[in-house]
Design a protein around this ligand. Structure first.
Ligand SMILES: [Mn+2]
Length: 323
């Protein structure tokens, strides 16, 4: 293969606190052509129903991602030796018009798909995932509906907010099921908890066949058993991975708009992401990092680390010798 692989700026030559701020200190790219994985920001939180601020997520996750080194300490995978990766920058999404923003996000992801790259995006609130999924579905209609592995405190399958508004960060996965993008029989949500608006709030999702693993069940079974079930449930079909940072306990990730105490730890999150190895992942995101609520960048660091874990899973799946 003649494609060009990219390496992060050498930390032995330029200290990690210096230089341009890009995801993982990778080159900044203006196009996804030639890339296997495009890391990008979606700085938009127009779907947020309560405490806004996730629009500032990509910039801080970029900053904290300078702490990531080259090689995964468990798997030994050096992702940049296997995959062509770059920082594609942020999608230029305007913050005022929700419907226009959804179209801008979808168009941005569609361009990445058309270039043959896989989108690994950093939000932004969880509504950003809906236009990403729309673009992925349209990019390859022949591969069928997507499965979903969702790490989150919230199911995000509500119907309407503030009257008759169908698009908020509490509704993306209901819309994606309704639109025939996601196959609810191959959807699993892990870490769900917290008070709800109504006792039957999750019933619609359950009725569709979505597997909801509440945090209490997760705590009883642990990450390995849960991920074994996830791999069986997702099977060999295509799947998307969405990591809402509020799945992590707010003592470890306070910088998010809708924190819920009693969550999984950062270490459990890492263990779960490693358990995705072997799945046919067509795209992934880390969303809901909200720097205005963060402390010392700890939530952005958790988000950046999850991006690195996801990248290493993708690289492991790519397999084979270095290109
Ligand atoms: Mn969410």
């Amino acid at each position: 293969m003649s494609r060009q692989l990219n390496e992060p700026v050498d930390a032995a030559l330029v200290p990690r606190f210096a230089g341009h701020s890009t995801f993982m200190r990778l080159p900044a790219a203006t196009s996804a052509e030639g890339l296997d994985v495009a890391i990008l920001g979606i700085p938009w939180d127009g779907g947020t129903t309560n405490r806004a601020g996730a629009r500032h997520g990509p910039r801080e996750v970029r900053n904290q991602s300078s702490l990531m080194r080259r090689v995964h300490h468990v798997t030994g995978i050096a992702p940049y030796e296997r995959l062509a990766v770059a920082d594609l920058g942020d999608l230029a999404v305007q913050p005022i018009d929700l419907m226009a923003a959804l179209q801008q996000i979808e168009a941005g992801i569609a361009a990445i798909c058309a270039a043959g790259a896989l989108p690994l995006s950093v939000g932004g609130d969880h509504l950003t995932t809906l236009p990403v999924l729309r673009a992925l579905r349209k990019a390859d209609p022949g591969r069928g509906r997507l499965g979903l592995v969702q790490f989150d405190a919230h199911s995000d399958t509500n119907d309407r907010y503030f009257g008759d508004n169908p698009y908020t960060h509490g509704t993306p996965f209901r819309r994606a099921i309704e639109e025939g993008i996601l196959d609810p029989a191959r959807m699993v949500q892990i870490g769900i908890r917290g008070s709800v608006y109504a006792a039957d709030e999750h019933q619609w999702a359950r009725d569709q066949g979505v597997r909801i693993i509440y945090i209490e069940e997760f705590a009883r079974r642990g990450p390995e058993a849960v991920m074994a079930e996830v791999r069986t449930l997702i099977g060999s079909g295509p799947a998307y991975v969405s990591f809402d940072i509020d799945g992590i306990d707010p003592s470890m990730a306070p910088g998010t708009g809708t924190p819920e105490i009693g969550g999984f730890t950062t270490r459990e999150a890492q263990a779960m992401l490693r358990g995705l190895a072997g799945l046919d992942i067509v795209g992934a995101d880390v969303v809901e990092v909200s720097p205005p609520f963060d402390l010392g960048g700890m939530t952005a660091l958790a988000g950046a680390t999850m991006v690195f874990e996801l990248l290493c899973v993708l690289a492991g799946n790519a397999g084979g010798p270095p290109a």
